[in-house]
Design a binder for this molecule. Structure first.
Ligand code: NDP
Length: 334
């Protein structure tokens, strides 16, 4: 384990990220949107999508793979479909640009899809669904990556780690949110295990010969396994289709074929589906049987709602700040 770490106040996370991104060639609008996304990850205790990602973000800006001056463009391609062309930039500015229009569209139509294309996704997904739920909407979002997970029964990576996020609005409470990779572990966490020399839990992956292993480096060379066996593989496949062919974007395998493999993200899309309970049930969500379900979950010994851990981490980070490896700070400091 790398014990040479540095303490940072949460506010310093945004400043550091912003400076590094601007230095790597991003304009202010793009750099600010990405820095906010990185800050949200660190704020919520998700180091695998926080400052850890900045070197990759910067590499792909410097080599011209990603457009640091992207100007996302919105188009209504059907009454309830918002199509977003990210202009070859990182996803955060595309999400920011569409946020108001998409929420309004969902409220007017009852249900809406955002087809985000031509972007590079390198982040956790709860911020976008949480934001929609704070506006009273129920939301699902997913994106693909590059091949990491084999199909059920196979040994060669084909599906991305393909996260799926879901949010449900709650009265007088934080929205219920879960956000999970289709892989048993997010790739960023496997990379952090490899960096720190920490063994992986059983079931996280296989080596390049198809043998189960706890060695993070061997899994990075081999394949990650889906959660829940063939069931997780089916979810990963569904996400390939929703965030790829459905919206005119690449599959993970195509993203890898067209990638520079320099450690940054691949080009891809994001699929977002939002629903307005005021329309689907003709009333706002005022609690009712959803809250009954949440109470029944929390009442069980050992059980908790997804997202509660993240909110607790948020409180802890607000009090204590974050710790990052000194080597990472040196890499991103400009
Ligand atoms: P985790 O396995 O850490 O958590 C997945 C979800 O399960 C969270 O919502 C978590 O809530 C919830 N959860 C965890 N433990 C419990 C429990 N005991 N009871 C109830 N709920 C629980 O996440 P992953 O490692 O799968 O993914 C990490 C991040 O990586 C995600 O944010 C994802 O978006 C991101 N990612 C991004 C990719 C990209 O290409 N952009 C690719 C793959 C992943 P809580 O937070 O409260 O613990």
């Amino acid at each position: 384990m790398n014990s040479d770490t540095v303490h940072l106040e949460l506010s310093a996370v945004k400043t550091l990220a912003l400076a590094a991104l601007l230095n790597a060639g991003c304009n202010k609008a793009n750099a600010t949107a990405i820095a906010n996304t990185v800050w949200k990850a660190e704020r919520d205790g998700c180091s695998s999508h926080g400052l850890f990602r900045i070197p990759g973000y910067c590499r792909s800006l410097k080599n011209g793979k990603v457009n640091g001056e992207a100007e996302p463009r919105l188009e209504r391609t059907a009454p309830s479909v918002l199509w977003v062309d990210g202009d070859g930039g990182y996803t955060p500015l595309a999400l920011e640009t569409m946020a108001d229009d998409f929420a309004e569209l969902t409220k007017s139509q009852g249900v809406a899809v955002a087809a985000i294309t031509n972007t590079f996704h390198f982040a956790a997904m709860w911020p976008e669904v949480e934001e929609l739920a704070k506006r009273g909407l129920c939301a699902i979002a997913c994106t693909s990556y590059k091949p990491c997970i084999p199909p059920a029964g196979g040994t060669k990576p084909l599906f991305g780690t393909n996260p799926l996020a879901f949010a449900w609005p709650r009265p007088d409470n934080d929205p219920l949110v879960f956000d999970q990779a289709s892989a048993m572990m997010a790739r960023g966490d496997i990379m952090i295990h490899a960096r720190d020399g920490v063994p992986l839990p059983d079931g996280a992956g296989i080596d390049k010969h198809g043998n189960p292993t706890n060695d993070a480096n061997a899994v990075l060379e081999g394949a990650q396994l889906p959660f829940g066996g063939y069931k997780g593989a089916a979810i990963a496949m569904m996400i390939e289709l929703l965030a790829g062919p459905l919206i005119g974007e690449q599959l993970s395998l195509e993203a890898a074929e067209n990638d520079l493999e320099e450690g940054g993200p691949t080009r891809g899309g994001e699929f977002v589906l939002a629903m307005d309970p005021k329309k689907t049930r003709q009333t706002p969500i005022t609690g009712g049987n959803a809250e009954r379900l949440f109470e029944a979950i929390a009442a069980q010994e050992g059980a908790r709602l997804p997202g509660v851990g993240r909110i607790e981490r948020r409180k802890k980070v607000a009090e204590e700040g974050v710790r990052i490896p000194r080597s990472l700070l040196e890499e991103i400091e400009v």
